[in-house]
Design a protein around this ligand. Structure first.
Ligand SMILES: [Zn+2]
Length: 258
């Protein structure tokens, strides 16, 4: 089984899994890069996963409406193309893989993540998480119609997945997020090292994703709300106290104006 990040728009990735014959895509905001890849690799699209209703995640769905391809997604009036509504605890089976559904509201109220706990096969067994716009590398999504409390809980949940879980987020926001992370935590040596790695990747136009939870726990300030330098920065930015939830909320507000 192969994992591909198909670039779309200016900074989106449409994630594709394929086994050489069948393919699955996550959040096809644009059908064109998906169709081009299917054609060039000779693949049949046999499943679509949707994390939430924003147009850059669902804009391509119309291309497969009425094609008998299952489109899995949360129940939301803005996603009319979904054929199989999913909710917390559901499991999807596709090509021998188990895909678990987690509800992770916050960026939007109806936002789900898809987790493959056993990875893609014996040679590639690290778990995978398609997290949409919740957890980004070195950052997290903005709050639209969810709440910052929900986002805190959702990131705590995603952050507790196994350390080798590969984090497949939808946007290449990593370098901008790392600039913010360094403002929060200027003395974190892992952050300085990881920034150099990501700058080298982007200089070659390569994705910085997937990241891993091991990396995110070391560099992502939104998963480090109990670390002393993160707490001190949040207090300086107006956090009312040093509890992780207050620190998280202050960081999210600071990032909005950073
Ligand atoms: Zn979104």
């Amino acid at each position: 089984m192969n994992l591909l990040a198909l670039p779309a728009f200016t900074d989106n990735y449409i994630w594709m899994l394929h086994n050489g014959r069948q393919a699955l895509v996550v959040d096809p905001g644009d059908a064109v890069p998906v169709k081009n890849t299917l054609a060039s690799l000779g693949l049949d699209l046999t499943a679509i996963l949707v994390t939430h209703h924003h147009l850059d995640h669902i804009g391509g769905l119309g291309a497969w409406q009425g094609c008998d391809i299952p489109i899995h997604g949360p129940r939301h009036p803005g996603i009319t193309q979904v054929t199989h509504h999913v909710a917390e605890g559901d499991t999807i089976r596709w090509c021998g893989l188990q895909i678990d559904v987690l509800e992770v509201p916050g960026h939007t109220r109806e936002h789900v993540a898809y987790v493959l706990p056993a990875g893609l096969g014996p040679q590639d067994d690290a778990p995978l998480a398609f997290v949409g716009d919740t957890l980004f590398s070195a950052g997290c999504g903005r709050v639209f119609d969810g709440t910052v409390d929900q986002l805190y809980d959702s990131l705590a949940r995603l952050g507790s997945l196994p350390a080798d879980t590969r984090v497949c987020a939808t946007h290449e926001y990593t370098l901008a997020n790392l600039r913010f992370a360094q403002a929060v935590e200027p003395h974190n040596p892992d952050l300085i090292r990881h920034t150099a790695t990501c700058e080298a990747l982007r200089a070659q136009h390569l994705p910085t994703l997937p990241s891993t939870l091991r990396t995110e726990r070391a560099i992502n300030p939104f998963l480090r709300c109990n670390q002393s330098e993160v707490v001190a920065s949040a207090l300086q930015q107006g956090a009312p106290d040093a509890t992780p939830r207050s620190v998280f909320t202050a960081l999210r507000q600071w990032k909005n104006r950073f």
